[in-house]
Design a protein around this ligand. Structure first.
Ligand SMILES: Nc1nc2c(c(=O)[nH]1)N[C@H]1C(S)=C(S)[C@@H](COP(=O)(O)OP(=O)(O)OC[C@H]3O[C@@H](n4cnc5c(N)ncnc54)[C@H](O)[C@@H]3O)O[C@H]1N2
Ligand code: MOO
Length: 412
């Protein structure tokens, strides 16, 4: 499986993974989850025609030649039921959300009236029938599906669930994700400082990328470059829905990850993708688990997460929109491209007249996390590109935000 493009590798991942099972979660915990059931309204809302304004409910015909003075027969607050019928020459004082009394066909807001006495009001302007009346069932009708299966639970959707009195709801399960770093050179966050070692940044950058999807991963720690130790860690990681291993995926003599995974029964689907950074990216599966072998270089592992792990996890969680949103941006400088791999360039975006502009965040080496930490997006240089001129229109994957799209946004 040589010369696999990013798009082809993404397809391979997405075809392999599917939605996880479902679970019931409390309304307080469901933000960002995906509905695994249709949710129906259990009442009409509003339950009757109600006033949209604080004012007076009246018969529009009575005020056709406004100004006109009407007799106030009743006061109705939200929560009250009207007791009287509005007859010719009459009105009721009504508050927002209160039921419109029989006989009245319109509401006029208080600003368009003038008090004459406690019992009489002058209406200053005419109103059309139905003015400022919110009809029964305008918001939802009893029995109708108000949220369809597959909907992501946004704050608005959570409000809707409360509106139909759902204190818990059936959603797709969150993936259980394990993260493992490998390499003798790595220094754990709590290990003593040693200037000759490499701090384990990948575990935490990957942790944060998973957390940004609303999932709390498990950090397995650091496996040293000893096949037996690595085997134990990988075995543990394969108990999870997804295992992210960084380092040891290329062809060095101590790159034991791939052979050890295979020895543990993992079927490798690919182990190289035509991309930069991120070339030695591996993907495999067992019956219960998916393994992403991410390159050790910190930026490479993060970029591979964006392209392969993120859509896979979102698919497991039941989302239909699984890819980062892409935008068009105008490049503020030249980008050279002298190979035939898809390149991802870390960029900052600014919003200017006519759209976004994209500017590199600095040195793009795959170990240089500083330029990743400033990045708002990844500019995609397609494999066939001969380089991009300043001022050209380019595609950028947004790294921040919670907006996603159904398609990757291009073939690359
Ligand atoms: N002969 C070849 N050598 C290399 C190739 C190749 O195709 N042929 N590919 C290069 C590319 S591209 C990358 S990317 C790296 C990936 O190699 P590995 O996945 O095997 O990663 P390591 O060799 O273990 O480490 C690479 C680099 O990253 C640092 N690292 C590793 N883990 C962490 C961590 N948890 N936190 C921070 N930094 C980490 C490690 O110290 C190395 O500097 O291979 C090239 N070589
Ligand atoms: O995948 Mo490597 O990232 O090009 O350094």
């Amino acid at each position: 499986m040589e010369h696999l493009t990013v798009t082809a590798a993404q397809r391979c991942v997405i075809e392999a993974v599917g939605q996880l099972g479902t679970e019931n979660v409390a309304l307080e915990q469901c933000l960002g989850r995906v509905l695994a059931e249709d949710v129906r309204a259990n009442r009409d809302q509003p339950p009757y025609d109600v006033s949209a304004m604080d004012g007076f409910a009246l018969r529009s015909a009575d005020v056709a030649k406004a100004p006109a003075t009407l007799e106030i027969i009743e006061d109705i607050k939200a929560g009250d039921m009207p007791r009287k019928t509005v007859q010719a020459g009459q009105c009721t004082r009504i508050m927002t959300g209160a039921p419109v009394p029989p006989g009245a066909d319109a509401v006029i807001r208080v600003e368009d009236t003038q008090s004459v006495s406690d019992a009489r009001v002058q209406i200053n302007v005419p109103v059309k029938p139905d003015n400022d009346i919110r009809p029964k069932g305008e918001g939802m009708r009893n029995g109708e599906v108000v949220l369809v299966k597959g909907t992501e639970l946004t704050p608005g959707a959570v409000g809707m669930l409360a509106m139909v009195k759902r204190s818990s709801v059936q959603v797709y399960r969150q993936p259980r994700v394990a993260i493992l770093s490998t390499g003798d050179e790595l220094e754990g966050l709590n290990d003593p400082f040693d200037a000759n070692k490499i701090p384990d940044a990948n575990s935490y950058a990957l942790m944060a990328q998973v957390q940004a999807l609303g999932v709390q991963p498990t950090l397995l720690g650091i496996a040293r470059d000893k096949p037996e130790e690595l085997r134990l860690y990988l075995q543990e990681g394969l108990q999870f829905d997804a295992l992210l291993v960084s380092g040891g995926t290329s062809v060095g003599v101590h790159d034991y990850v791939r052979p050890t995974l295979e020895a543990l029964g993992v079927q490798m689907r690919f182990w190289r993708v035509e991309m930069k950074p991120g070339h030695p990216m591996a993907f495999g599966a067992t019956a219960e688990s998916f393994v992403f072998g991410l390159p050790g270089n910190p930026v490479s592992s993060m970029v591979c997460f964006e392209q392969f792990v993120l859509p896979a996890l979102r698919r497991m969680m039941g989302h239909a929109s699984i890819y980062r949103r892409t935008v068009e941006a105008r490049l503020t400088h030249e980008v050279k491209h002298k190979h035939s791999r898809t390149e991802f360039v870390r960029v900052m975006l600014s919003r200017e007249e006519g759209g976004y502009t994209a500017t590199s965040t600095g040195a793009q080496g795959s170990g240089i996390l500083a330029s990743m930490s400033k990045a708002e997006g990844l500019l995609v240089v397609p494999p066939q590109s001969k380089g991009l001129a300043a001022g050209s229109l380019v595609t950028v994957q947004l790294l921040d935000g919670t907006a996603y799209q159904q398609e990757a946004g291009g073939e690359w």
